[in-house]
Design a protein around this ligand. Sequence first.
Ligand code: THG
Length: 266
Amino acid sequence: MLVVGERLNSTRKSVAPAIKNRDTEFVKKEASAQAEAGAAYIDCNAATVGKDAEPEALCWLVETVQSVVDLPCALDSPNAAAIEAALQVHRGTALINSITAESSKYDDLARLAAESGSKVIALAMGDDGIPSTAEDRLKVARELVANLNRAGVAIEDIFVDPLVFPVSSDPENGRRVMQVIEQIREEYPGVHTIAGISNVSHGLPKRFLLNQAFTVLCMGAGLDAAIIDPLDERLMSLIIATRALLGQDEFCMDYISAARADKLIV
Ligand code: THG
C-alpha cells in the first residue's frame, strides 16, 4: 500500500498561512514527519494562493519539501501552469495529482505527464462533471486509461481515483468507491487505484475512526494507494495489519517487524 501524505494541503487552516508567508520551517517539519511515518509521496497543494501565484508557490513548496526528504511529491493542482512549473524543480519521478477527462484541461496535462515521464492520478470525472453512479465513473476512467496510455503514459504509471465524497451527504458514497476499485482491478490489473480517504468523513465526528474503517474496506476492494494523514498511527497500524490479512505481506514479516519496533498501535 503506497501512502501519499496529505498534510501539506493549502485547504488546511494551518497550512494556508504557512505557504503564504513562505514558512520554510513549518513545511520542513511537516514533510519530515510524514516521511518518517512511512509516506512514499508528499502531496503538495498550494492552490489557495490563487491561480496566478500558484506556480511560484507550488515550486517553493516542492523545493522546500525535497530539501529535507528524499521522496517524490504528488503535485496537487488542477492548474497545468502550476504543474508544469513544479515539474521543472521536482527531483525524481513526480505523481501528477491530477488529470481529468475535461476537454479544456486534458491535452495540456496529458502532454506534461507523457513528456516528463511522471506518474499520474486520473480522476473519474469529465465534461459533464462527476458522474453519480459507479458505472458512469468507470466509463470515464476507461476513457482516461486508454487515452493516457495512447499518449505515452505507461499503464503502471496510471492511478485511477474513483473520487471520495462524504458519506454524510449520500449513504452510497462509500460503496460507490469500492465498486469502482474492484472493477478497475479486474479490468486493468496493471493500473493502480488511489483514493483521498479523508474526504469520506467530512462533517462527521471522530473522523479518524471513519477514515480507518474506510481504508480497510477499500484495501479489501483492491485499493493499492491512498492519500491519508500518515501521522495517524492507528491508521498506519491498521494498514500493516490489513496487508498481512490480504496476503500482501509474506510470512507477516512487515507486521512482525513493526510489532518488534513497537510501531503497532492497538
Ligand atoms: N483525490 C486526489 N487528491 C486529493 C483528494 C482526492 N487531494 C486533496 C484531498 N482529496 C486529499 N487531502 C486532504 C487533505 C486534508 C483533508 C482531507 C483531504 C482534511 N482537511 C480538514 C477538513 O477539510 O476539514 C481540514 C483540517 C484543517 O484545517 O487542518 O480533512 O480525493 N487525487
